[in-house]
Design a protein around this ligand. Structure first.
Ligand SMILES: Cc1cc2nc3c(=O)[nH]c(=O)nc-3n(C[C@H](O)[C@H](O)[C@H](O)COP(=O)(O)O)c2cc1C
Length: 416
């Protein structure tokens, strides 16, 4: 049974107030100086070569969608209630029959293991220890079977409109033991990522003097991630696009191997629904009409997303699309990602009708800079923000959140 907003009375072990303080004091200064998710992004940009930090940061074309995501949160303000006894508040959340420590998880991100040493494993293990979900990306470079063993049970697929290929992948995901299949549907064609071209980044990776210099001027990434990966694990491959191993990241035929994604339709999704017995989620929905079709197709949940502003430039911000979608599919599990950086952002999304949110870039940067330990720290920071803000807002349970906790901000949204 889906009960996304229910809250168990017990908090995660990492959240018991006294323990947090004791453990924080014991943490090395290197971890303690990260106070918010933005701090990981700043550190990550310094750590990674420009071609990779540009890839992670970037949107498409004018980057209007990317800016719009943050602007949409800034345009909403919270209205607190006072003198409420919140001492036993809890932000635990049940989603697809699992109880998580907080109402957020780690969004799927491709080629993570190029940015962070064994990135998918670090993200998955940290998510498991922080008791939050992590979605393994189709474009990941470590076999899904190995990542599954570290804890994650969510897999995200990029699918071509080719049913036999889809079926074979779905069967592999099931054999590997994943419980929730996320199909990302906002990428019928590759986006126009001008920033990648300007930074010399491409898939396949094209070795050049410029890239070599970029790497050499970021020695901690060069030795700690790139060379260490090559020496210990060989050339990374796209491991999880299909039922079998995909091409290496330097292969010329990577783009061809992807297949005809612009032929993927609701008919394919309906066929997957018949085959896949676990929970099924569509990521990249922005219209109420599509949410209604998803529900009619038997999909269990949707992630309202514009891919972090990385696909259709000027796509509406998920937070803006959320109220009309929530009204159109009452009872359906609604998740959202794009621009979530603070506990207050999470609470705003939940007040507008989301049951759960996902966060991308900050966790990838945390993995790049400090591996599993720093990702865990990032998850803990965001969880603590949510719990602190629940008290400041005057709620004990996330299910108490509603439109009544929101006021329209005076400042208008300027997305251009
Ligand atoms: C480096 C990077 C790689 C991504 N790769 C994928 C992917 O493989 N599959 C997918 O569905 N979304 C992918 N996304 C989109 C994220 O899942 C998510 O929608 C987005 O990052 C959320 O926005 P945020 O980064 O502002 O939190 C990627 C995003 C980034 C930044």
């Amino acid at each position: 049974m889906i009960d996304p907003k229910s809250s168990a009375a017990t908090a995660s072990p990492i959240l018991k107030t006294g323990h947090v303080i004791a453990r924080d004091k014991a943490k090395p200064a290197a971890v303690r100086r990260y106070l918010s998710l933005d701090d990981f992004e700043r550190a990550g940009r310094r750590h990674l070569p420009a071609m990779l930090s540009g890839f992670v940061d970037g949107g498409t074309e004018t980057e209007a969608a990317l800016r719009g995501n943050r602007a949409s949160f800034a345009a909403h303000s919270l209205v607190p209630r006072v003198l409420v006894d919140t001492h036993d508040r809890s932000c635990t959340t049940t989603l697809f029959n699992r109880v998580y420590a907080a109402p957020f998880g780690i969004a799927p991100m491709g080629i993570t293991a190029l940015c962070a040493y064994r990135g998918d494993l670090a993200l998955s293990a940290a998510a498991a220890s922080a008791d939050i979900p992590m979605i393994l990306s189709a474009s990941s470079l470590i076999p899904m079977e190995a990542v599954r063993k570290t804890g994650t049970h969510w897999f995200q697929a990029y699918l071509p409109g080719d049913q036999p290929r889809i079926d074979a992948l779905v069967d592999r995901v099931a054999r590997a033991g994943f419980e929730t299949l996320v199909v990302t549907v906002d990428i019928p064609v590759p986006a126009n990522r001008e920033n990648n071209a300007r930074n010399g980044f491409s898939v396949p990776l094209e070795p050049s003097i410029r890239l070599a210099l970029d790497g050499m001027t970021h020695p901690s990434w060069l030795f700690g991630t790139a060379l260490r990966t090559l020496l210990q694990h060989g050339m990374p491959h796209f491991e999880n696009m299909d039922a079998g191993r995909g091409p290496p990241i330097l292969a010329r035929d990577v783009v061809r191997a992807v297949g005809p994604r612009d032929r993927l339709t609701w008919e394919h999704l309906a066929a997957i629904r018949k085959r896949w017995t676990g929970s099924m989620v569509i990521k990249g929905v922005l219209s109420a009409a599509d949410a209604i079709i998803a529900r009619e197709t038997g999909i269990d949940g949707i992630i309202i997303s514009n891919h972090g502003g990385r696909q259709l430039d000027a796509a509406v911000a998920p937070l803006i699309a959320l109220p009309s979608i929530a009204a159109a599919v009452p009872g359906m599990t609604i998740m959202l990602d794009g621009g979530v950086r603070r506990g207050t952002d999470v609470l705003k999304a939940l007040a507008l009708g989301a049951h759960f949110v996902f966060v991308g870039r900050p966790f990838l940067y945390a993995a790049a800079v400090g591996g599993e330990a720093l990702v865990h720290h990032a998850a803990k920071l965001l969880t603590e923000e949510i719990r602190r803000n629940m008290a400041l807002l005057g709620i004990r349970r996330l299910s108490e959140l509603s439109h009544a906790h929101l006021a329209a901000a005076a400042r208008s949204m300027d997305r251009n």
